[in-house]
Write a protein that binds this ligand. Sequence first.
Ligand SMILES: NC(=O)c1ccc[n+]([C@@H]2O[C@H](COP(=O)([O-])OP(=O)(O)OC[C@H]3O[C@@H](n4cnc5c(N)ncnc54)[C@H](O)[C@@H]3O)[C@@H](O)[C@H]2O)c1
Length: 277
Amino acid sequence: MTSSSSDTSTPGTSATSAVVTGAARGIGRAVATRLVAAGHRVVITDVDGEAVAATAAEIGATGLVQDVRDPDSHRLVAHTAGGLAPLAVWVNNAGVGWDGDLVALSDEQVRGLVEINLLGVLWGMRAALDAFAAGPGPATGSLVNVASLSGLGPVPGLSTYAATKAAVVSATTSVALEAPDGVDVHAVLPDGVATAMVAEMSEGTGKKLVLSGGRLLTTEEIADAVLGLVGSRRVLRTVPAWRGGAMRASALVPSLAGSAIALFERQGGRRLGAARR
Ligand SMILES: NC(=O)c1ccc[n+]([C@@H]2O[C@H](COP(=O)([O-])OP(=O)(O)OC[C@H]3O[C@@H](n4cnc5c(N)ncnc54)[C@H](O)[C@@H]3O)[C@@H](O)[C@H]2O)c1
């Protein structure tokens, strides 16, 4: 991990620090922008070194190059944030959205999805929980994982991605109960959001399902949801709430979910067609 020194904030002006992984663009950037506005000294990380340095300079954060697949890198990120101010918030946001049926993905894509979207979050949670407990008093801090609505039910065309997000939801709910008093653990589960990740998906079943929700959410809506979870007792938050109910219902009876999924896919296909015109 290498550091790109882009911290434009004034030392000593904030009592706490915050970390957002994968924040060079998209949802992570919006979350980091909100945390800076809330007064935190914010460390953003990304595997894209040039982009993270540029974003850090633009939003007034410290930018670090990090590959979330490396557990040691999370400890270094925590150390850097703790050096700015006591760590209060950690957001595991970095992720990849490679779509395609399980058999269509390459071995590297399957491995990458699991290592970045799941292991990257577990490494981040471990480093954050250690850092929250490292201060002189009782452990304190807020940990938010960016999961996905796809983690709640079947999503053909995004099966590996959805499996990693389901695992993040599971880990979040368990670790929320393992964490000491004073440390709150959450996950936000967004429906489709207008970011490069969705734009870069192939025009297959997965993308059609992502587009089937009516409209793509904005990154600011997800940042609001993340900031709303910080310090709260709520563990999971789906955005929008109604899609969470529909996904949970389809998970209860996956054998009957096919016709509803086909309907959603047709809706998404029409939106994709309209966007092309
Ligand atoms: N866009 C959506 O529709 C949507 C919906 C639900 C959940 N999410 C989740 O939100 C998070 C952010 O997604 P986004 O839409 O902003 O995507 P994005 O592609 O715009 O941003 C993801 C960022 O993560 C970085 N990244 C990728 N691999 C990394 C690695 N190994 N180490 C460090 N950084 C890495 C990328 O360089 C990029 O800057 C992801 O976890 C994604 O799964 C997105």
